[in-house]
Structure formats: C-alpha cells, structure tokens
Design a protein around this ligand. Structure first.
Ligand code: FAD
Length: 166
C-alpha cells in the first residue's frame, strides 16, 4: 500500500484476488491510460463501485474500470465541471452572453482530451459525449436532446474532429 491500495484494472487488490477496493482508497491500473491512478472524487467512487458489483455478480465476465474522468463541484453558486485529462493545448470557449465559459484541452494529436466548464452543463455533456465516443462507449444522449445549440457548442464538436476550423 502506497498512495492507496494497489489494484488491477478490475479493482482487485493486487495479491488478494477476492478483495476489491474502490473510491478514494483505490489506486488502480486504468486500462486506457496504462497508468496507475487514484481519484478522489464522488463520480469515480460511484462508478468504480458499480463496476465491482457487476464483476462480483458475474465473475466470468469481469468489468474493467476505465472511466472518463468527471468531477463536478459547486463553489459560491458557480458550477465547475471537469472531464477527461485537462492538460495540453487549451482553447477557451464561451457562449454568446459570456456567462458560460469553458476551456477545452487538445492532446498531442489535437483531439479533445479534457474540458473544464463554468456554469455550462450542456457544453460539458457535449465534451463528455465526444470523449466517450472516442473511448468506444458513445451514448448519443446530449446533443440529440439539446434543443438549441450555441455556436460554441458547434465549435466544440468541430474541435473534436478538425481543430484547424476553429
Ligand atoms: C471537504 C470535501 C469536499 C469535497 N468536494 C467534492 C466535490 O465537490 N466533488 C467531488 O467529486 N468530490 C468531492 N470530494 C471528494 C469526495 O467526497 C470523495 O471522493 C468521496 O466521498 C469518496 O468516496 P469513498 O466512498 O471512496 O470514501 P468516503 O466517502 O470517505 O467513505 C469512506 C467511509 O469509510 C468510513 N471508514 C473509514 N475508516 C473506517 C474503518 N476503519 N472502519 C469502518 N469504516 C471506516 C468513513 O467513515 C467513511 O464513511 C470532497 C471531499 C471533501 C473532504
């Protein structure tokens, strides 16, 4: 144990295959990143627990915990949301009013790698959707249900595929 309880990609404690660790205490191998990470946020604790429950109920098909990182927090009545890996080339976006802002981060291939938004849940849904699609788990709920699309959202979509069009 160092920086948490070391687990494999199935959240099994290394050396103790019948024991699982989830949430703040678990340092596990993220299959897509190929790194051992530990996340101290609510969403990860819930998703990792759900994953372990599926494995325990069906050990023949163990579930890897491979989340697209997501954090939300309310600070002084402002909603801050973070997804993916917000590092790399930053691009600032805002809606028409300027009240909703975000920063998108591109990876070395200029693909969306992470995003931070302030008071802009719809843009966050779009970013999570793009990251989920890239990870192979696309669920088309956000934009399909979005009534009005802002220019910034359109730019977010474009950014995910061709940043030169920004
Ligand atoms: C002040 C604060 C603000 C936060 N704000 C946010 C936020 O805005 N957004 C966000 O995503 N995350 C936030 N977090 C982080 C979030 O609370 C944790 O990531 C989340 O609670 C982790 O869940 P967990 O089940 O892994 O651990 P915990 O919620 O810590 O649960 C562990 C439980 O184990 C119990 N326990 C400990 N030792 C023993 C023992 N020996 N025997 C029996 N029981 C034991 C504890 O009492 C506790 O109930 C915040 C954390 C703090 C401290």
């Amino acid at each position: 144990m160092a920086n948490g309880v070391l687990c494999d990609e199935y959240s099994r404690v290394v050396g103790w295959p019948d024991v699982y660790a989830v949430g703040d205490v678990a340092r596990w191998t993220h299959p897509r990143h190929g790194q051992q990470i530990r996340i101290e946020h609510w969403t990860n604790a819930v998703e990792q627990a759900e994953c372990v429950v599926r494995t325990v109920l069906n050990p023949a098909a163990p579930q890897q915990h491979a989340p697209i990182e997501y954090v939300w927090t309310e600070q002084y009545a402002r909603k801050i949301q973070i997804t993916g890996r917000p590092s790399g080339r930053p691009v600032a976006v805002a809606d028409g009013s300027g009240a909703r802002v975000g920063v998108l981060y591109g990876d070395v291939h200029d693909q969306l790698a992470g995003a931070v938004t302030l008071d802009w849940p719809r843009a966050m849904l779009a970013a999570r959707s793009v990251l989920a699609r890239r990870a192979g788990g696309y669920r088309p709920r956000p934009l399909a249900r979005a009534g009005r699309r802002s220019r910034a959202l359109d730019r977010l979509q474009i950014y995910a595929y061709d940043p030169s069009k920004l």
